[in-house]
Write a protein that binds this ligand. Structure first.
Ligand code: SF4
Ligand code: SF4
Length: 265
């Protein structure tokens, strides 16, 4: 499995990587392939905030429990913010904890990387109609026999089939945060200081952030209409979007939120 890549404005890609564009590719994955579930082991499977929302809901546990039981935190990619990976089982094959006898047991809620494979996604820091430009590349792993199947796809068809568009939308919001964190916005506190811990909570421990929002009456501080406030109170994705806006506002002074004026209820 592969996580999303990042690309800068230079329009250059790592050597040997050619974006698929509108060309077609041959691939299929189904229980009949000889390699079925081979790719669900020994993975460096990076999880994004929306992946965690989907998985914790699927498992019926809160974000704190999910982090405790299923996550490895390391300083792998962004020098100024921890990286979150799915913890593989401690067995000989290091299998994914969600791999069952007949395949993925969380299939409808599987993470972004599992949906995108065998493609890799690169996101540019240039935008078209408000969305970052994206590029897809084909990966080839010798064990994966899906490339020998005859079904043909365009990238667009693949994304639709894997129902990944909404994941990408949420991941793009996350990518903005990752870029902000890469700029070391911790105001001298360094890594693992209170600001970074707060940011980690917003991104990955959403149920704990909900408690924080309630305990500190955080929504009351901002000029939000009643419907938006209720949506944030009740919906994880709305809370995550609010959390991102709040981090941009508090860490970088970006005017994503408006503080209530005197006398405003
Ligand atoms: S989440 Fe599902 S598809 Fe992804 S590695 Fe685990 S078992 Fe495989
Ligand atoms: S075809 Fe590729 S993606 Fe599908 S199970 Fe086999 S290794 Fe995994």
């Amino acid at each position: 499995m592969n996580n999303s890549l990042k690309k800068n404005n230079s329009q250059e890609f790592p050597e040997g990587m050619v974006p698929l564009g509108t060309s077609v590719f041959q691939f299929n994955c189904h229980p009949g392939v000889s390699c079925f579930t081979h790719c669900c082991r020994k993975l460096e499977l990076f999880l994004y905030p929306y992946d965690i929302i989907r998985l914790k809901k699927r498992l019926g546990i809160d974000s704190e429990s999910f982090l405790t039981s299923h996550v490895l935190v390391s300083q792998a990619v962004n020098p100024n913010f921890p990286t979150v990976q799915l913890k593989m089982l401690d067995n000989e094959e290091k299998t994914c904890p969600f791999l069952g006898r007949s395949g993925c047991t969380v299939y409808e809620d599987r993470p972004s990387a599992c949906r995108t494979y065998p493609l890799e996604r690169a996101v540019a820091r240039t935008f078209t109609r408000g969305r970052p430009d994206e590029y897809y590349f084909m990966t080839h792993h010798l064990y994966c026999k899906g490339h020998a199947e005859t079904r043909v796809w365009t990238v667009k068809q693949w994304l639709k089939d894997q129902q990944i568009q909404y994941f990408n939308l949420m991941n793009d919001l996350w990518a903005e945060m990752d870029t902000l964190f890469a700029g070391n916005p911790w105001q001298g506190e360094g890594d693992a200081g209170p600001r970074q811990q707060m940011a980690f909570m917003v991104c990955y421990n959403l149920d704990r952030f909900r408690q924080y929002v309630n305990e500190h009456n955080l929504l009351q501080e901002f000029d939000l209409d009643k419907a938006s406030r209720r949506h944030i109170e009740q919906d994880d994705e709305a809370l995550l979007r609010f959390g991102f806006d709040w981090l941009k506002f508090t860490l970088a002074g970006i005017s994503t939120l408006k503080v209530k004026g005197p006398g405003q209820q």
